[in-house]
Ligand binder design. Structure first.
Ligand code: ZN
Length: 494
């Protein structure tokens, strides 16, 4: 038996400003008492919360980002050059991630990379992950020319003379990645996974819903055996439910559209000053077939949708099967739910469709939203409207798209609309914590996580400061870190 004493706590639903003693037996919470007795405690905290659950994280991608060039925040060619020249080579290639076209003061083109790296193949993922920028050496290695036909749901951007610009989108990315070295096979990868997990648990994250490519699933399971895990497998285009190995995953994540970062999110009206409506990656008929196949086999069926039209179409489809999903025990999720009309939000609320959201992306999206959507940016990040319409929210970060730091994500949820681009859609600290704990647990079928309550797992984060008091006194919660993380009642040591 172990005893945890705390001065206050968040129980998964609400903040309780009261001393509490939590009795833990065999990893479970067996008793809560609202006063401090003289009994000796194994731990004493100022504040305790159920450990956070990141509901949408690319664990392999996050681990790999430490092995390649980090292009986050670059604006100029000079900054790009510096980062690329410092980057490690991977089997003769330079790989990287994190550039955001709305932040650049130039237009990305293969010629810029050719100038920096004339002979070394170079392949750089955008911040959102939906575009790839490569040089001529990489195009040559992958045998992509002006005559190459892009795969369905993919784009190979071309100059006026028909030659590739060096930008590939969505399923077009596969053409290069097939030829580029795979970090998954590198011996450093499993160590990088362990380091990544140490970062996450240090932030107070005690469970993950990981989006993974099939080739990484086994290694992720191995490396992450210390914390509870769900794996949603993704493959583009989706062949996965017919492929082997489905038994080792908990769900599937399919793509309806692209992302705002590459003007690939599917919108009802075109992007400002263009005739582009975005990209539809999978049509509803294909999604419907995959959904029917998942019943009885998978716990979670998730669809990525960012544009308002994509969200509306996916919610429309999922709502038709909400009753059957409930009977089959399949959780229906929309990943991102980033731009949405009120009617789509209300429909999701009515049919119990979960919105898996990443508030922290609001910061990096401001420029693209302003330039490409203008006033329609008010349809983005509608957390307030979602909660008011009864939509259950699960917070994630989509790392490596953003830092996995949960308190930064929480701050972002409380800040929405402050800079005047998005609507006033902010939510409170208590509501945000619920989205990271009990609601996140329901979104990933973690039955015993996310609450401080008898019968639940003692997977808890202990803090030396109370964020509810911290908020009033210092304005900013981003520096918060737990002093201890318990997983099933045992402290996790890195
Ligand atoms: Zn993602």
């Amino acid at each position: 038996m172990k005893l945890l004493k705390s001065d206050s706590f968040f129980d998964g639903e609400k903040y309780v400003k009261n001393p509490v003693e939590i009795t833990i037996r065999d990893g479970l919470i067996t008793e809560l008492s609202y006063r401090h007795t003289k009994r000796a405690a194994s731990w004493h905290a100022r504040f305790v919360t159920p450990a956070f659950i990141d509901s949408h994280i690319h664990l392999a991608g996050y681990a790999k980002s430490a092995m390649t060039a980090n292009l986050t925040g670059i604006r100029t060619v000079e900054e790009l050059r510096k980062r690329l020249l410092e980057a490690p080579r991977v089997s003769g290639w330079i790989l990287g991630r994190g550039w955001e076209s709305a932040h650049l003061n130039f237009v990305p083109h293969k010629k810029i990379l050719d100038f920096i790296l004339p002979d070394t193949p170079c392949s750089l993922r955008s911040r959102c992950g939906h575009s790839l920028w490569v040089n001529t050496a990489a195009l040559t290695k992958a045998a992509v020319t002006g005559r190459t036909v892009p795969p369905e749901g993919g784009v190979i951007e071309q100059d006026e003379d028909g030659s590739p610009t060096g930008i590939l989108k969505e399923n077009g990315i596969m053409l290069i990645e097939r030829a580029a070295p795979s970090l998954s096979e590198s011996s450093a990868f499993s160590n990088a996974l362990k380091t990544a997990l140490n970062h996450l648990t240090g932030y107070g994250i005690g469970a993950l819903c990981v989006i993974a490519e099939p080739k990484d699933v086994a290694l992720i399971r191995d490396a992450a055996s210390c914390i509870p895990l769900r794996i949603l497998v993704e493959e583009r285009p989706s062949k996965l439910l017919s492929s082997e190995g489905v038994g080792s995953v908990d769900g599937v994540k399919l793509y309806k559209d692209g992302a705002l970062g590459n003007s690939g999110a599917l919108m009802r009206l075109p992007y400002l000053g263009t005739k582009n409506f975005g990209v539809e990656i999978l049509d509803n008929a294909t999604l419907e077939k995959e959904l029917l196949k998942s019943f009885g086999r998978l716990k979670i069926f998730a669809v990525h949708a960012i544009g308002d039209l994509a969200v509306e179409m996916v919610v429309g489809l999922l709502s038709c099967y909400a009753k059957q999903a409930c009977q089959e025990g399949t959780i229906l999720r929309v990943e991102h739910f980033q731009t949405a009309t009120l009617s789509a939000i209300r429909r999701a609320g009515r049919y119990g469709i979960i919105a898996s959201v990443q508030p922290v992306q609001q910061y990096g999206d401001v420029e693209a939203a302003r330039k490409r959507l203008g006033k329609r940016s008010r349809l983005m990040y509608r957390l307030r409207s979602m909660l008011d319409s009864g939509v259950s929210l699960a917070f994630g970060t989509d790392a490596p798209v953003e830092s996995p730091h949960p308190w930064r994500n929480i701050q972002a949820a409380m800040d929405i609309g402050r800079e005047g681009v998005y609507g006033d859609e902010s939510i409170t600290l208590s509501e945000s914590l619920k989205c990271y704990t009990s609601s996140a647990a329901s979104a990933s079928a973690f039955k015993q996580l996310g609450r401080i309550k008898e019968g639940y797992s003692a997977t808890l984060a202990l803090y030396d400061e109370d964020p509810f008091e911290y908020l009033c006194s210092r304005n900013g919660i981003e520096s918060l870190r737990p002093s201890t993380l318990l997983v099933d009642g045992a402290p996790l040591t890195g």
